[in-house]
Design a protein around this ligand. Structure first.
Ligand SMILES: Cc1ncc(C[n+]2csc(CCOP(=O)(O)OP(=O)(O)O)c2C)c(N)n1
Ligand SMILES: [Mg+2]
Length: 594
């Protein structure tokens, strides 16, 4: 039986199914640290290098399991460090619980050391935030926080003043006015739209002759239904990045990623369709959807607040992707004219040829697309793939052929730097028997990823399968932004902001006891991938890649090309290479004097 409030909270969390908590100590959570000791590994405290990483790991845990992710940090600075990772969870709709310490009740309001108004600070990021001021509150705060996070797919925060943590536990509040008696348990409801809405949606879809589907993470458990729907409708299926594992890439009508990081096939699919069926996605870039008025719209989303937000929808189906498609399918009439579907399959085939062609183009020293292309050929069954935010996210999106049974995620909506490494670590903890591969830019690695390799070294003995690979793209550049400067702002690369140090990531990996391999010749890539994927320890594969390969959007607008040309004219230090490799001569049309 739990002695103190902190013991009780941990015990209650295990009753909710929480067995692992990512965190970092501080005297603001002293009570919890003692309780972790007494809890004897259940829940398990996983010690990270930085609180932000613990929040990313909690988010990663939620993304790669059906469970809530939990992180813990001390008062003041520790709590503040959590925030970016919590926003990542909020924006990608992941259930995460943050437990944070606070100064003793008697010092609150005295501008005490490390006293921060945590309730205000966590208000915006949290669906639920409360301070536990009384031991009898602990039970319902834990129950409520978890239930709200699961129900609203977001962040809950409980703030525990240090002295409350060490008070005597009150598992059963007194039978008195004001007391509440909460309980454990959550089951996801089955949400299906009204019959009339389904009929209207089916009518629109049946009338359409060229149907495009766009799926997101909401479709992750509905692969069979998405397949059947697309088959009936003769539709092509594009995938928002968070939904990239929802359907395998080896299906001939899956056009792959969409948007700035997308494929030409998805672009053509959206441009040519007369009907759009969106399932479980809040993909933000509307310019990659059909032009307003050109296509009828049907959307399925479980969150009524996220519907009809990106494209005008003629039928709005509020419901779970699986159940709603199941209800829709009997209403759909198979399209006998398959010419649209044949067009799509042609685009998809062209796209994969282009992807291969781009990967095999010469570069100095290594074409980053080739790095991913070679991995794609060797992807182990059941692997989990993570990406950070940077130019390599483009290659992760485009070059990988994700197969059935794999999982993949990245920071889809916050698009923050930093989560690639901690997501992978959380994936390994959650699925120690599965291979995990992370893509991380050298900027993100230097920002925070490298510190968590120390965490990997600390815990790796626990994993029966040691396949955990961090692929670091060493381009000595904050390359994604360098290209955004060129294409969106028309400014040349400014080395003062963009150039970053040549950090020896592979040597660093060796230093912390992992395997480190550095590659600077494209022909060594295939061998290097097979080596790191069969190594007896987690590995860093550092590849020296060419920053002059453009992460080109699938379609370049005239305006973007002009901006890019302007950046070159203004004296971009990499002008010669960029011109040669990037637009394959396309840009020259826009340069003055030609
Ligand atoms: C926390 C955070 N800071 C800054 C950015 C802006 N940003 C997006 S991508 C990027 C460059 C990342 O560089 P690197 O990790 O080296 O990857 P590369 O683009 O060079 O492949 C930056 C600075 C961001 N998304 N998140
Ligand atoms: Mg870089």
């Amino acid at each position: 039986m739990a002695q103190l409030v902190a013991d009780y909270v941990l015990e209650r969390l295990t009753e909710w199914g929480v067995h692992r908590i990512y965190g970092y100590p501080g005297d603001g959570i002293n009570g919890f640290l003692g309780a972790f000791d007494r809890a004897n590994g259940d829940p398990d405290f996983i010690q990270v290098r930085h609180e932000e990483m613990s929040a990313f790991m909690a988010c990663g845990h939620a993304k790669f399991t059906d469970e809530i992710g939990v992180c813990i940090a001390t008062s003041g600075p520790g709590a503040i460090h959590l925030l970016n990772g919590l926003y990542d969870a909020k924006l990608d709709h992941q259930p995460v619980l943050a437990i944070v310490g606070q100064q003793k009740r008697m010092s609150l309001g005295s501008s005490y050391q490390q006293e921060v108004d945590l309730q205000s600070l966590f208000k915006d990021v949290s669906e639920f935030v409360q301070v536990c001021m009384d031991p009898a509150q602990a039970r319902h705060l834990v129950d409520r926080a978890i239930r709200v996070a699961l129900a609203r797919r977001g962040v809950s925060t409980i703030i525990f003043p240090g002295d409350v943590q060490e008070e005597k536990a009150v598992p059963h509040p007194p039978r008195a006015h004001g007391a509440v008696f909460s309980s454990i348990g959550f089951s996801q409801p089955r949400i299906v739209p009204q019959e009339g809405d389904l009929d209207r949606a089916a009518e629109i879809l049946n009338r359409g002759q060229k149907v495009a589907m766009l799926i997101g993470q909401g479709a992750a458990d509905a692969a069979d239904e998405v397949l059947e729907t697309s088959e009936l409708l003769g539709a092509g299926v594009a995938k928002a990045l968070l939904g990239r594992a929802a359907l395998p890439d080896d299906l001939p009508f899956v056009t792959g990623p969409i948007g700035l990081l997308g494929s030409r096939a998805s672009y053509d699919l959206m441009k040519g369709c007369d009907t759009l069926l969106m399932v479980g996605s809040s993909f933000p870039y509307s310019e990659f959807l059909p032009e307003e008025g050109k296509a009828k719209g049907v959307q399925i989303d479980i969150d009524p607040t996220m519907i009809g937000l990106r494209y005008p929808m003629d039928a709005q189906l509020i419901g779970g992707a699986k159940e709603t498609l199941q209800a829709l399918i009997p209403r759909l009439v198979r399209k006998e004219d398959r010419s649209w579907r044949n067009d799509i399959e042609g685009w998809v085939e062209d796209w994969w040829n282009l992807v291969e062609h781009r990967a095999l183009m010469d570069a100095d020293p290594v074409n980053p697309q080739r790095v991913v292309h070679e991995l794609s050929k060797q992807l182990p069954d059941g692997c989990i793939l993570t990406a950070d935010s940077g130019s390599s996210t483009n290659w992760w999106a485009r070059q990988l052929r994700v197969r059935k049974g794999m999982l993949a995620s990245l920071s889809g909506n916050l698009a923050t730097m930093g989560p690639g490494t901690p997501y992978a670590i959380a994936a390994k903890f959650a699925h120690p028997e599965r291979p995990v591969i992370a893509f991380v830019g050298d900027g993100a690695f230097q920002m925070n990823g490298m510190n968590e390799l120390i965490t990997v070294a600390k815990y790796r003995d626990r994993w029966p399968d040691q396949r955990l690979v961090f692929c670091i793209f060493n381009n000595q550049d904050l390359n994604q932004v360098t290209w955004e400067q060129r294409v969106l702002a028309g400014d040349p690369k400014y080395p003062g902001t963009q150039q970053i140090p040549d950090f020896p990531a592979a040597r660093y990996a060796e230093l912390v006891g992992l395997l480190g391999i550095r590659i600077d010749r494209p022909d060594d890539l295939a061998g290097a991938w097979s080596e790191v994927l069969s190594a007896d320890r987690p590995a860093v594969l550092e590849v020296v890649v060419d920053p002059e390969i453009p992460p080109l959007p699938p379609h370049i607008t005239m305006e973007q090309a002009k901006k890019m040309a302007k950046a070159m004219v203004k004296g971009d230090p990499e002008r010669a290479g960029v011109m040669e490799k990037s637009l394959l001569g396309k840009l020259e049309e826009f340069l003055p004097g030609r």
